[in-house]
Design a binder for this molecule. Structure first.
Ligand code: NDP
Ligand code: HSE
Length: 456
């Protein structure tokens, strides 16, 4: 038997098993897919699925066939996509009898929510890359998937090709997660890196990130931290078995980060990164709560996260038994996202062919959500003050009054005024906030220009 006939025989054997063994209603040996969206991600999902269809058949144990592609603009050129597959009626496509799995890569919240719920209620498994949708409506979507006994996969929703969701849902399902922190937005990492390393302006760097397909259709979601906050909500929910929604995540973006901040960070031995931090907090009485937040953070140049550049993402997970784990890779862009979508599609298709379901979410722990004010951090505070005797003492006194311990102070002369750069020891957010407010009212303090948290 040559390789071709061997493969054909093996396919026949698999197909025979599939026809006899399918417990799910997928037509014998074939899984029908509705692809909703043909943009940056959808186009790559289509291409990779078509180019590697034989491999997918082997990996799944049955063929995957795209039955239709829903788009918004029917007259846009779609090279390589047969016209007969295209439709602007996503609902009709979802409800076709020959569609078993729906892949949602449209984006937004309300319309995809409608489509995904319709698909789940019709008994179709769903794969989505849509972090905004999952972070806002996970409870409702999970309930619909459970009620219909179908799968809801969303690996691409967090850091695209980096298998964060699968790691939290499966690999670390037997462990206790303490903290998840990392760079989960490629656009903002690209912008901060370009500003620091090439001197590009904020606008130039954002335009390039958009051209490369990293940024969301409306880049506000990226630069204001909303995209990272959605991802933080998903990671915290999975990691702590507690529902954390988008609106529960404290969120600060990078639009207020200036070239001056980046230069000050550089001089002090840091780089500025937008971090998502999900933390299990343990009170003195042992009671636990959860906090998720996104904000610009000063990361020491020695720390591995400092060298995560361009649009790359990296995620640290600290777990009780596993210890510290780090995941690094492509967190945005058509191909990396398509990789995660296709991994999910293989999982959903296998379950359709062979029976079984993907691990679902479990929010049994239902831990209370800690207020952001309770969180502790170290701070880098940059202020402009009068350059005169007693100024440093007046500033130090404000810190002392609120019990915030100063670690270092640097002074730079700028002419008539001076810049004081104070780095604190750990303090609670609410205490630091009150201190900054009080500092603004100290005679001689012209402005508190920036307050950036330290640490990864
Ligand atoms: P794009 O904006 O590039 O593509 C969106 C697609 O959806 C387009 O094909 C568009 O149609 C189609 N569409 C829009 N409205 C409708 C509608 N009413 N009915 C049918 N189709 C519609 O988005 P992306 O590919 O970048 O992102 C898709 C999803 O993947 C989002 O949820 C995003 O957050 C997520 N994601 C994206 C990543 C990335 O790097 N780009 C990374 C990780 C996740 P048309 O082509 O006709 O305009
Ligand atoms: N806009 C997102 C980013 C895409 O820049 O990371 C990946 O979710």
């Amino acid at each position: 038997m040559n390789a071709t006939t061997q493969a054909a025989a093996s396919n026949q054997k698999q197909d025979a098993t599939i026809s006899g063994g399918s417990s799910s209603g997928a037509r014998a040996g074939s899984v029908g897919v509705a692809l909703l969206g043909m943009g940056t991600v959808g186009a790559e999902v289509f291409r990779l699925l078509e180019e590697n269809s034989n491999d997918f058949t082997h990996r799944i144990g049955g063929a995957v066939e795209i039955k239709g592609v829903a788009v918004s603009n029917m007259s846009k050129p779609r090279p390589g996509v047969p016209d007969e597959l295209l439709t602007d009626d996503a609902h009709a496509l979802i409800n076709r009898d020959d569609v078993d799995v729906v892949v949602e890569v449209i984006g937004g919240i309300d319309y995809p929510r409608e489509l995904v719920l319709a698909a789940l209620k019709a008994g179709k498994s769903v794969v989505t890359a849509n972090k905004a949708l999952v972070a806002a409506h996970a409870d409702e979507l999970a309930a619909a998937a459970d009620a219909a006994d179908v799968d809801l996969y969303f690996e691409a929703a967090v850091a695209a090709a980096i298998p964060v969701v699968g790691m939290l849902r499966r690999s670390l399902a037997g462990d206790k997660i303490q903290r998840i922190s990392g760079i989960v937005n490629g656009t903002t990492n690209f912008i901060l890196d370009a500003m620091a390393s090439t001197g590009a302006s904020y606008d130039e760097a954002l335009a390039e990130a958009t051209r490369l397909g990293y940024a969301e259709a409306d880049p506000t979601a990226d630069v204001e931290g909303h995209d990272a906050a959605s991802k933080a909500a998903i990671m915290a929910s999975l990691g702590f078995h507690t529902r954390v929604k988008f609106e529960d995540v404290h969120c600060e973006g990078i639009s207020a980060v200036t070239a001056k901040d980046i230069a000050a960070a550089d001089q002090a031995g840091y780089v500025i990164k937008l971090l998502a931090i999900c933390e299990r907090l343990v009170a003195e009485d042992g009671s636990e709560s959860v906090n998720a937040r996104v904000h610009p953070t000063l990361v020491s140049k020695e720390h591995p996260l400092a060298s995560v550049n361009e649009s790359y993402n990296a995620i640290f997970v600290e777990a009780e038994a596993a210890g510290s784990l780090m995941f690094y890779g492509n967190g945005a862009g058509g191909n990396p996202t398509a990789s995660a979508v296709l991994g999910d599609l293989v999982g959903a298709a296998r379950n359709k062919v062979h029976g079984g379901r993907a691990p679902g979410e479990n929010t049994y722990a239902n831990l209370p959500l800690a207020d952001f004010g309770e969180v502790t951090a170290r701070y880098h505070i940059d202020m402009e003050v009068d350059d005169r005797a007693g100024m440093l003492a007046a500033v130090a006194q404000e810190f002392a009054k609120s019990g915030v311990s100063i670690r270092t102070v640097r002074q730079q002369d700028t002419g008539h005024t001076a810049r004081l750069i104070v780095v604190t020891h750990s303090a609670q957010e609410k205490v630091l906030d009150a201190t900054v407010h009080a500092l603004s009212n100290v005679p001689g303090v012209k402005a508190v220009d920036s307050v950036i948290r330290l640490g990864a």
